[in-house]
Design a protein around this ligand. Sequence first.
Ligand code: GUN
Ligand code: FE
Length: 412
Amino acid sequence: MTDDDAGVIRSVGEGDAPGTPDAGSDDHVITPGFVDAHLHLPQFDSIGQDSMPLLEWLNTVIFPAEIRWADGAYARSMTRRVATTLLSHGTTTVAAYATAHAEGTQSALHALAEAGIGGAVGQVLMDQHAPFELCFPVDEQIREAKLLDAFARGLDAFPRLEFSLNPRFAISCSPALLRACGQLAADLSANRERPVMIQTHLSETLDECDLAVRLHSGPGLMTPADYASIYDRNGLLTPRTLLAHCVHLSASERSLIRAAGSVIAHCPTANTFLQSGTMPRRDLVRAGVPLALGSDIAGGPEISMPRVARAMIDAAKVISGPAAARDVHDDPRLPSPARAWWQITGGNAEATGFVHAGRLAPGLSADLVLVRPELHSQWLTRGDPLGTLLYSWDERWIAGVMALGRWRYLRA
Ligand code: GUN
Ligand code: FE
């Protein structure tokens, strides 16, 4: 049952509820709406441009797509379209990147709020190693970020939808921009219940790691010990920092991130698509680093979070190598289907600090997916039901998606 005015869950129980589409029969299941912990809103039309490593792909495919967001009306209509796509796949909460444009970012916040999608959207901060159309002076970006933060806090959707600071990565941010961003994060977080969210990319490819360290060394700068230290020395590793990828971290970088309490947004489909490597999930779990899971559209080609979850299991199996039969069920570091399902709902909500999302519980946002799996009749009582659901997952099973207490998608 939901409280229609606030869009929050009033109570949770079994059986029929008024106003739900055909939800009463035994062949439907309800799952919390999916949380995607890393994606790029302006990149949804760039999915599938294959066979380029990261830096070439950014220059050839991604930056031209993001330049189009200089037009705020275009950004708004694209975000509306993207929101419809996300909802039809069951995603109701996102940690998202817009572009370097303040107007486009504001349009994106507005369009997601209208669609009932929660989470965070950040203006992408960048001032070097990209086309001039995406690079802006540090002062201007900091001024705009403050205004966008105030704008987001004024929306009815706040705090379910918030503004984040998204320095793209150390290659496209000068030392001065990273410094100013860290200072702004501290300023915006002072006297607030929750620190401002910071999103960035870290250690996705080896070429990127080399170039990042080179760019942040040199005259007047101490050579950083490693890539993660570049963010750390600028105050950008906080408990609300989401670090996408982290495929090639050293042991000391893992310790640094663990000590800071920052979260890694694992993006297995993107790491495969861009051939960046396979993230050693086991080592990160062992090191005690919190993990979230993201599609990284368009680095990853897969919008559906159950399929990203499956890719997470696949990647973990590949990196752990052949297992003795006994290990398959005993090793907590190999995610089970149930754990993968938890990851794309409650796990991602917990890791990102989106406290209103990811679970069906009184007081939380009424975000849910009504599913009618076309499976054999005993799937719920035989074997591992979540394994069956995950590995047989089909978007056509989604009968309806509710976000903030309203049906936003109903299958025709
Ligand atoms: N590193 C910096 N920017 C990006 C991006 O847009 N996508 C991916 N996958 N990696 C990045
Ligand atoms: Fe990304």
